[in-house]
Design a protein around this ligand. Sequence first.
Ligand SMILES: [Mn+2]
Length: 411
Amino acid sequence: MMIQIKSVMKILHTSDLHLGHRLLEQSQYEEQHLFLQWLLTAITEENVHVLLIAGDIFDNGAPSAQSLKLYYDFLVDLRQTPCQHVFVTGGNHDAPGMLEAPKELLQALSVQVVGKATDNPENEVFRIEEDDEQLVVAAVPFLRDQDIRRALGGENYDEVSEKYKKALISHYREMADCCRKATASNVPVIAMGHLFAVGGKASDSEQSIYVGGLGDIAAGDFPKIFDYIALGHLHGPQTVQGYETIRYSGSPYILSFSEINQPKSVVFIETDQTSVTTIRLLPVPCFRPVRSIQGTVGECQAAMQRLSEEKHALTPWIEVILNDEQDKLVSASDINKLAEPLHVEVLKVSYGQPKTIQGIEQLLDEGIQVSELNPEQVFRKKCDEEGYNLVERPDLLEAFNEILQQLNEEK
Ligand SMILES: [Mn+2]
């Protein structure tokens, strides 16, 4: 008797590793290392065949030797797992040239790297086969304005925004056409992306791709051929407008204090011969707790004590906010002395209510849209919020305008 085993393709989606990222000047190397070790184990245990990393591999365009080693060691270690296909795309933090320098070398390890969009959309489309299964992947990186359209002189801000959005949508349409051409049959198709989608919830750590929602794309703008869209850029795990198959995996560890208490995960996806059958979140263990502790000196000390008694892979990092008037005279070094015998590390001591950084939308007068402001007006609003007086500090505005000018010239 012949037993037919229904084969399935198992895929893992992550993004925003930001290798080299520091939280309040502290290196996050240890948790990044532990996460990648955990990922190798998860890939083995779940028998994952395909790994998608949707942008922001590194925290900046010139990563340290330590960050590079972390990345390359991980890619080599993947060879010992069931994962035989890796797709790495550039994010807004990555330098495309840097990411693509070892492109051919990594191809030999079945790692496909797409740092930036080129004139040929076929460079972003890949077809893979595992046993009887096939999968088409459109590995779309972060799309810079200059990569996807020819800017004309004298465009104002709204025109740039509108045209960029159109170019973004048409890029995904070209991808869809290429994917259709890549295969004759109705095999599952996955797209990647590093962008801000409408309705997404940002935290403090994403560097806004463009001020004021330029180029926001909505769930309905993506062609229907894609069975799953693996997104990066937003650091909190979330769907786009409630669509289960259009998702941000989120960063695998926190990248700012605004992400405290945010559960982190990677996305596990299964396909059959024609489409996606399962989508499931795999929670990433918290290797290093990061907490914000508020109260009187006594309350904070007690909270530090409790945290110190918990068992964690790495020393917890904390921010202490003293909110009692009488504690104004307590210094950061006094707090550090209290923490010394404990298994916690105080990264920051501040006084009074924690300041929340507001998004530009919250700073605007009612009825005004960000798109109605020019960049200088947006800058002035942010300076107001941060307490910089531009009359006393004209150099700030000058510096801003100089940067703006440079950007315009580059375009
Ligand atoms: Mn990011």
